[in-house]
Structures are given as structure tokens and as C-alpha cells.
Design a protein around this ligand. Structure first.
Ligand code: KIV
Length: 293
């Protein structure tokens, strides 16, 4: 099984990710919301994102808007306890970087104190102030442009962005300004491949695409999408490499059948009493209640 061209123990840092862009080594990033996914992904990918997609992927919400700072804290702490070698990024949820510079710094700083190496936030020109405030406090920021899920209401649904001249030029301008503001990398989501390729060309920092074609410095997909744990329809840019949902149901179904057939557990899956106790336990009976009790 081929895992990664990189050493699976090498600690991934921001300068290393930036060097990979210069060298043309493509970057693989996925999400993890708990310690299990983090342990599976860590020896393989370069970047782990505790994404606000936890809201729709794991918590049953329709979109990412209800996700709060404390929810991200909870999931980030679980991932961080595994001490990943991959670069660990925490997503800034809706309203966590909009109200004031102070609140933004406290929320993002809290993520770093819980083990994140950097934060990611959605938005372009309207978020430059917050990006600068974070960078000023030595908090590394990954930008996120294009189909930004927190703007679902403004976009009128999850729709491909950057298809008109105005939108395409605005995206290139935003990408350039986010780089100038100090972002160390940029996620480009749900935009035409040619536009993502042009952004990648004009920027020094790496771009990580999702539904943005092959011309980015790397790719990100949600963990559950890659391993086929997503139940229902997935966007056209998703490629599932396993049918995790079905495989897990098959395993559970075989176990439930064994339970019902009485073939689980076997002797070797059970604990035994010491010989000296067996007869005593076998002959034990409850005390007769004494009168009045
Ligand atoms: O929350 C998330 O999972 C994301 C990635 C899809 C980039 O933002």
C-alpha cells in the first residue's frame, strides 16, 4: 500500500507547505473531527482541518452556520490529543471572526492554545482587517474563497462561484489581497478550474482546491467523502475511494447475526472465574428475606 512520498513521521510546518508549492509537490489535506479520523489520516495526509463541516457531516445540521466556537474547541481538542504530525488547522466558524478584532483574536488564539497550528477563515476583501489582526498576533491564517459555505444565504444555495467576469476578477483580487494581508495559504472552493489555476499562478502562497480543478497546489476533501461514509448524494467533485458506509454496515450486520445466533462471544472472547470460585458461584443463592425486612 503506498501511503505518502513524505516521511509519515515528519512534522509538517507552514514553511514546509510553502516550500512544497515552490517545488511543485502537491499537498493533500483532509478533515478530522475526532481522534479516530486523526489517527487514520495523520500518517498519510499533509494537513488536517478540523472543519466547520463537522456541522453537516457529523452533527446533523443542514449547513455550517449553527457551528460554534465551543463545538470546534471540542472537536479540535479530540484531534489535538493525538498529537498529529500533519499541520493542524482549526476552522473559524460563522460569527467567530465577524464581530470585533478582539473577539476574533481570542477565538483564534484559543484554537492555537488547544493545539492548532493555524486557523482558516472564509471571505475576501471584507475580512482583510481580521486577517491582519490575527497575523499581527502571530496566528497563521489560511484564507478560503469561492463557494464559501458560510455565505450559503447570500449565494442562494451551494453554487459554483466565479463564472462571471465580475466574480472572477473579484476572486483574483481577493486572493491577491489575502496574500498581501499575510495568509500563508488559500482554499479555493467550487470555482472553475481555469480561475483556480490562474489564482495559483499569480500567488506565491499555496492554493488548496476543492471542486476547483487540478491547477491548485493541493487538494482537500472531507474525510467522510473520501472513505465513503457520506450517506446520500455528494457533490460532483467528490471521489470516494471506499464504500465505508456499506463496509461498516456489513460488519455490524454480521456481528448482530452472531449475537442473535448465540455464536458471539466465543470462549476466548470471555473472561473466566478462578477454578476455586466456580462451584461457589454456581451454588450461590439469594438470602431469603428475613421477616420484617
Ligand atoms: O469545513 C470544511 O471541511 C472546509 C473544507 C471543505 C475546506 O472548509
Amino acid at each position: 500500500m503506498s501511503h505518502t512520498p513524505q516521511s509519515p513521521t515528519q512534522r509538517v510546518t507552514i514553511p514546509l507547505v510553502q516550500q512544497w508549492k515552490e517545488e511543485g509537490r502537491r499537498i493533500a489535506m483532509t478533515t478530522a473531527y475526532d481522534a479516530v479520523a486523526a489517527r487514520i489520516a495523520d500518517p498519510i495526509v499533509d494537513i488536517i482541518l478540523v472543519g466547520d463541516s463537522v456541522g453537516n457531516v457529523c452533527l446533523g445540521f443542514d449547513n455550517t452556520l449553527p457551528v460554534s466556537v465551543s463545538m470546534i474547541n471540542h472537536h479540535l481538542e479530540a484531534v489535538a490529543r493525538t498529537r498529529p504530525r500533519a499541520l493542524l488547522i482549526a476552522d473559524m466558524p460563522f460569527l467567530s471572526f465577524h464581530v470585533s478584532r478582539e473577539e476574533t483574536i481570542r477565538n483564534a488564539g484559543g484554537f492555537l492554545q488547544r493545539g492548532a497550528d493555524a486557523v482558516k477563515l472564509e471571505g475576501g476583501a471584507n475580512r482583510l482587517d481580521m486577517v491582519r489582526a490575527l497575523v499581527d498576533c502571530e496566528i497563521p491564517v489560511m484564507g478560503h474563497l469561492g463557494l464559501t459555505p458560510q455565505s450559503v444565504n447570500v449565494m442562494g444555495g451551494f453554487k459554483v462561484q466565479g463564472r462571471t467576469a465580475t466574480d472572477a476578477f473579484r476572486l483574483l483580487e481577493d486572493a491577491h489581497r489575502l496574500e498581501e494581508a499575510g495568509c500563508f495559504a488559500l482554499v479555493l472552493e467550487g470555482i472553475p478550474a481555469e480561475l483556480a489555476a490562474r489564482a495559483t499562478e499569480i500567488l506565491k502562497i499555496p492554493t488548496i482546491g476543492i471542486g476547483a480543478g487540478l491547477g491548485c497546489s493541493g487538494q482537500v476533501l472531507v474525510f467522510h467523502d473520501v472513505v465513503g461514509l457520506t450517506d446520500g448524494k455528494t457533490p460532483k467533485f467528490v471521489r470516494a475511494y471506499s464504500n465505508g458506509f456499506q463496509l461498516m454496515q456489513e460488519a455490524l450486520s454480521r456481528w448482530a447475526t452472531d449475537v442473535r445466533d448465540g455464536t458471539f462471544p466465543r470462549g476466548q472472547e470471555s473472561y473466566r472465574l478462578p477454578d476455586a470460585l466456580k462451584e461457589l458461584v454456581a451454588n450461590w443463592t439469594p438470602h431469603e428475606p428475613t421477616s420484617g425486612s
